[in-house]
Design a protein around this ligand. Structure first.
Ligand SMILES: Nc1nc2c(ncn2[C@@H]2O[C@H](COP(=O)(O)OP(=O)(O)OP(=O)(O)O)[C@@H](O)[C@H]2O)c(=O)[nH]1
Ligand SMILES: [Zn+2]
Length: 217
């Protein structure tokens, strides 16, 4: 598809942002490689030198891996692992390592997620909680949206009594560049059902996840 310049927009970026995801042009692997090559030249590098010759290929492959969540679906990753169970106490999977990429700079967001739910007749395979987390982290994200998406996915799949998600993460765009604050951690939470309504349940969850936020602890 060729992008046509319309009178109401004045940049290619605006043209693209005015299209829905379905309408976006298809980009070939060769075009992606070329884009990285152009970037290298723009940065003052020689893409032909030995160390950089395969870099466009490596960068494209790495970025495809880091955004593979776009091609995954809840249905597939779940593989039917939702079970009927007469359980109604909190299930918490804490300290799930997360590696996402911020959508503003495509730089890493590194941290941990703590995910809890209180079942209402249905439980989910524990590994699937981490897999849901993985699917949404492997996309270009803002931490707030990532947190909400995980909570909403679990809420939708299990219709539990409640879901709680806390993510604590450090953003490389705030560490390696920009404001350069290596010690900063961003904490986001999403509470659904009883976790939103009942302060005692929320407190119990928070007590269970409270720990030293040092990533290397
Ligand atoms: N709310 C939110 N902001 C984020 C996240 N990741 C990165 N950001 C912020 O996105 C903002 C983008 O701001 P801009 O001023 O457009 O970009 P910038 O000039 O690179 O900003 P600086 O990082 O301040 O240098 C920055 O404040 C980032 O810290 C995130 O997960 N959530
Ligand atoms: Zn960023």
């Amino acid at each position: 598809m060729t992008l046509s310049i319309r009178p109401d927009v004045n940049s290619a970026a605006q043209v693209v942002s005015s299209l829905s995801t379905q309408q976006l042009p298809t980009v070939t692997e060769t075009e992606m490689l070329q884009a990285v090559r152009t970037l290298l030249i723009g940065l003052g590098e020689n893409p032909e030198r030995e160390g950089l010759k395969d870099t466009p290929k490596r960068v494209v492959k790495a970025l495809q891996f880091l955004t593979k969540g776009y091609h995954e679906s809840l249905d597939e990753l779940l593989n039917g692992a939702v079970f009927t169970e007469d359980a109604n106490e909190m299930v918490l999977v804490r300290d799930i390592d997360i590696f996402s990429s911020c959508e503003h700079h495509i730089l890493p967001i590194i941290g941990r997620a703590h995910i809890a739910y209180i079942p209402d007749g249905k439980v989910i395979g524990l590994s699937k909680i981490a897999r849901i987390c993985e699917m949404y982290t492997r996309r270009l994200q803002v931490q707030e949206r990532l947190t909400l998406q995980i909570a909403d996915a679990l809420q939708g799949l299990l219709k539990p009594q409640g879901v709680a998600v806390v993510i604590e993460a450090t953003h490389m765009c705030m560490v390696m560049r920009g404001v350069q604050k290596p010690g900063s951690w961003t904490v986001t939470s999403a509470m659904r059902g009883v976790f939103a309504e009942d302060a005692r349940t929320r407190k119990e969850f928070m007590n269970l996840v409270r720990h030293n936020t040092n990533f290397h602890s």
